[in-house]
Design a protein around this ligand. Sequence first.
Ligand code: CU
Length: 149
Amino acid sequence: MNRRTALAGVLALTTGLALAGCSSSSDTPDLQVIGGFMPQPVNDMAAGFLVVQNHGTGDDRLTSVTSPLSDDITIHETRDQVMRKVASFDVPAGGELNLERGGNHIMFMKLKRQPKQGQKVSVELHFEKAGAIEVDLPVKETTHNPKKQ
Ligand code: CU
């Protein structure tokens, strides 16, 4: 979300509150996770990709990820082909968070097992407001990229 959109959202919210009095549901995120997958890992590290859509009226934030596959899971962004750990990813109201090849991703280190193509990896996404959302990531071939099909 850019600054202008954020400001418009704040103004709309303020107006809405003034008209409606008080509405506790006016800043509630409504999250849906789609398109998740994990490329079959070739060593003891793996990446996870997915899209989080926010159909609600409140911003949210992805703060951490847990999974039985690994005790060392972080969220990374990629800039100039270098990846870097981040504390959180924004999931703006009416927008989405894209974790995709070459960009933001979930990083699994020290894998406890080697997931194979066709299997599923259970992960729990932790959001600041929406709480935990559990999703199964299907394991795809190592080079899988939905944007190149
Ligand atoms: Cu990474």
